[in-house]
Design a binder for this molecule. Structure first.
Ligand code: AMP
Ligand code: MG
Length: 487
């Protein structure tokens, strides 16, 4: 276990030079204090969890202090936002403080979000508010606990610094960890500004640091693109399987590593709704829940365009064609598991689609349905769950097919079924209203609810004593919260 001053830095991205990022110092926030820290994320840096409570921790991640070996940099990138190309983006309020390597030999980017203005801030103040910082923290750690690839969050530091959004709020900083902060938009930036040499330097950096196995392939760039396609197919299958709606799938918010990245007005579904739009400024529903699948493909095509200097168009097209079938295979596999099925039958897709349609029509809670389905034998669970459906006849017909389908899996010990299903069907999920209640308390200075919610979500598949209220259906008001898009 390390103390804070024992971290070892190796700032590989900074060494790429000024064409890729600009040196900027963090601007401190006033009276920095720990809101919440993740012991699991701290372990990635070999940090002793006790150091989170020391004043120097809040000073470091509140922008007051810096390690001598850190090299804070704002990265430049561009990207497609809601389908249109924006030529100039970049870290407008976040800084890559440096790369720390741990005892396992892994490198982790330390990215401080809300660290003040940079050359890429445009009209922004460079700050992040407490509520959005808490939301990013909770989502990162909750997704990780659900086995969904994501950036991680080390901590949130609150402050007295006022910031103006729709009303006056307080600034906060969140310390994000990721093996890389390179986005699709990095490749787009050098492609559209016609800087092939820098694009090549970026490509070689990403290959060497993050896709070393691709360097052994005859066409390393093509192998890397294929890997990115595969990872995105799997990632989005997981989002769809667990009801995660990202909300702002612009290409500047897509990680080159195929992990969940840059959290805005995200939401997990309460009631199942394929058309759910979590981003209230998304009038066309471009990033609605079910559109995440084709948008994943659209984003990969934007990346493919930027990679045309390295890879032939035919090879890109062929590789890119793998996305949908791979997505479908992963998704069906995950949903079979959520249904408690261990074998595959041709009609499983239809069985699943009928269920989702019934859930959609009746507004059934997406998370709790699957959890309860595993509580008991298929017959008993279906008999109990039917009351949640308006179209009871429709559900009964589905239930009969489901029970028969489970029956064809062969004899099954009920306890085994429960354990297996509960291991993939969480009891606790980061519902918007739970986050909001914890944020309301934090905004009035009580951080205990954020900490408790984080603890519950760190172990979402295990029933936790005394935490029953976190596993309840949301109240009606809680399902229709308008989450502010300003952050
Ligand atoms: P986002 O929608 O948070 O992914 O941000 C899109 C772009 O706007 C990124 O380049 C951000 O760095 C920048 N940005 C967002 N909020 C601010 C802010 N308050 N100050 C400066 N830049 C910002
Ligand atoms: Mg972003």
């Amino acid at each position: 276990m390390k103390a804070l001053d024992e971290l070892t830095f190796d700032n590989r991205f900074a060494r790429l030079g000024d064409a890729f990022s600009t040196h900027v110092l963090p601007e401190p926030i006033a009276a920095p204090r720990l809101v919440v820290a993740s012991p699991a994320a701290m372990a990635l840096l070999d940090l002793d969890p006790a150091v989170a409570e020391t004043p120097v921790f809040a000073e470091l991640f509140g922008g007051h202090k810096l390690w001598a070996e850190a090299e804070p940099r704002a990265m430049v990138y561009s990207g497609h936002q809601f389908g249109s190309y924006n030529p100039q983006l970049g870290d407008g309020r976040g800084l890559l403080l440096g790369e720390v390597y741990n005892e396992a030999g892994e490198h982790w980017d330390l990215h401080l979000k809300g660290a003040g203005q940079t050359p890429y801030s445009r009209m922004g103040d460079g700050r992040a508010v407490l509520r959005s910082s808490i939301r990013e923290f909770l989502a990162s750690e909750a997704l990780h606990a659900l086995n969904i690839p994501t950036t991680r969050a080390l901590c949130v530091i609150g402050s007295d610094t006022p910031v103006w959004r729709e009303k006056q709020e307080r600034a906060a900083m969140v310390l994000r960890l990721s093996p890389s902060h390179v986005r699709f938009g990095h490749f787009e930036y050098f492609y559209y500004t016609k800087r092939p040499e820098q694009q090549k330097a970026l490509g070689e950096h990403v290959l060497a640091m993050h896709f070393p196995e691709c360097l052994e392939q005859p066409e390393p760039y093509l192998a890397m693109f294929r890997e990115i396609v595969e990872r995105n197919a799997e990632l989005i299958a997981k989002w769809q399987a667990y009801g995660f709606c990202h909300g702002v799938m612009n290409t500047d918010n897509m990680s080159i590593l195929g992990i969940t990245f840059d959290f805005g007005p995200f939401a997990f579904l309460d009631d199942f709704d394929a058309n759910f739009i979590c981003n209230h400024s998304d009038d066309q529903g471009r990033y609605s829940f079910s559109n995440q699948v084709p948008i994943g493909q659209w984003n990969l095509s934007a990346l493919a365009q930027a990679l045309t200097p390295f890879i032939s168009v035919d090879a890109l097209r062929e590789t890119f064609g793998l996305y949908l079938p791979l997505y479908q295979a992963h998704y069906l596999d995950l949903m079979r598991r959520r249904l408690g099925l261990t074998t595959a039958e041709d009609d499983d897709q239809k069985l699943l689609e009928r269920l989702l349609q019934l859930m959609q029509n009746s507004g059934v809670d997406y998370t709790l349905f699957f959890r309860r389905l595993g509580d008991e034998s298929a017959e008993l669970a279906v008999a109990r769950l039917r009351d949640d459906f308006v179209d009871i006849k429709g559900f009964d017909a589905w239930g009969e097919q489901y029970v028969a389908r489970v029956g064809r899996e062969g004899p099954l010990d009920q306890e085994q079924r429960r354990v297996r299903m509960h291991a993939v069907n969480p009891l606790y999920i980061l519902r918007n209203y739970l986050a909001q209640k914890a944020i309301d308390a934090a905004e009035s200075g009580d951080y205990s609810q954020v900490r408790r919610l984080h603890a519950v979500l760190s172990n979402p598949f295990e029933e936790q004593a005394g935490m029953e209220s976190y596993a309840e259906r949301p109240p009606e008001w809680g399902k229709h919260l308008e989450i502010s898009c300003s952050s």
